[in-house]
Design a protein around this ligand. Structure first.
Ligand SMILES: [Zn+2]
Length: 320
């Protein structure tokens, strides 16, 4: 099964499609000791939390290391079950109210058990601000997914720690999706299993109409990360994120170029929800969907910047 990077060049190359190509003799063990393999962090040191709205980049980095220590985490695997337990116990320790949805998904490699995890933070008025990430990793030998999707999962955990004790004008949801990755080759039916499931359930309940904005994070922790405006995202939300990042002084990382990515936001866009995908330029990061997506690629500073932008953007959405 060949890795299918989008066949089209640069502008459209954001397509998150990949097969379960095995790289053969791995250039590194399935999971290097998370902490031991971390490079000495200097330029990548997280700023003190008070400089990033309370978001603790060191804590987020430790969450990435923890995930990587479980090894490859494709949907249905024992390693992913360990991560599900970790997510739920962390979220409970922050006092978050957590809902889970276990479901079976028919995939090209058979029926797999999957589980979405949703943090629900009440608000005073009707309306929901939804944040999200996927937490499964690509089905590939020796792939530990430090950046995809360890980084965004870590950011959402740290955001939950900060947001769960707060009560705002609107409710906030933080979704951890299973099954974003394709099992064989990215298509409308082989991808986004978890977000499609959650969007369908929210449609049935009618809650999907209450979602004022969906902010998705994916591949947000790279030491050399750059974020490009994702072209299928709702323009007003892209502007919100980019204006916020400029105001916070992160214009060197949030660039004004565009890219295109197929991702979990599509499951909500298709149902009319305003959505934005905040995604690092994975096409050019040199390790996307390869076994080189390991902990040494991750910067606590980038995690903190992403977290800060999300926190401030939620604040903006709460004031509307
Ligand atoms: Zn991926």
């Amino acid at each position: 099964m060949a890795v299918i990077l989008c066949a089209l060049p640069a502008a459209l190359a954001g397509c998150k499609a990949s097969g379960n190509d095995s790289p053969g003799a791995a250039s590194q063990p399935p999971f290097t000791s998370a902490v031991a393999s971390a490079p000495s962090q200097t330029a990548d040191d997280a700023p003190p939390p008070e400089k990033t709205g309370g978001f603790d980049g060191k804590r987020a980095f430790a969450h990435v290391a923890k995930q990587v220590s479980f090894g490859p985490r494709p949907s249905g695997s024992q390693a992913l079950a360990h991560l599900q337990d970790y997510l739920q116990s962390e979220l409970k320790s922050y006092g978050c109210s957590v809902e889970t949805d276990s479901f079976g998904a028919d995939t090209p490699v058979g029926r797999l058990s999957m589980k979405n995890i949703l943090v629900k933070i009440p608000g005073d008025n009707p309306g929901i601000i939804l944040l999200g990430t996927h937490y499964d990793t690509l089905l590939m030998d020796n792939f530990v997914g430090a950046d995809d999707a360890g980084s965004s999962t870590a950011v959402m955990l740290e955001l939950a720690r900060l947001l769960c004790p707060q009560k705002g004008k609107y409710a906030v949801g933080i979704a951890f999706f299973d099954g974003e990755e394709a099992m064989k080759q990215w298509s409308a039916t082989d991808s986004r299993y978890g977000s499609r499931q959650m969007a369908a359930r929210l449609s049935t309940s009618g809650d999907i109409k209450k979602i004022r904005a969906f902010l998705l994070a994916d591949i947000v922790g790279g030491r050399t990360a750059q974020f490009l405006r994702e072209s299928s995202s709702t323009p007003a939300l892209v502007d919100l994120i980019w204006n916020t990042s400029a105001k916070l002084g992160y214009s060197a990382i949030f660039l004004n170029e565009s890219t295109s990515a197929q991702d979990d936001h599509d499951s909500f866009l298709k149902r009319g929800v305003s959505s934005v995908d905040v995604i690092g330029d994975f096409v050019n990061n040199g390790y996307w969907h390869t076994p080189q997506d390991s902990l040494d690629k991750i910067s606590p500073k980038t995690l903190a910047i992403t977290g800060h932008v999300f926190l401030e953007s939620v604040k903006q959405l709460q004031s509307k």
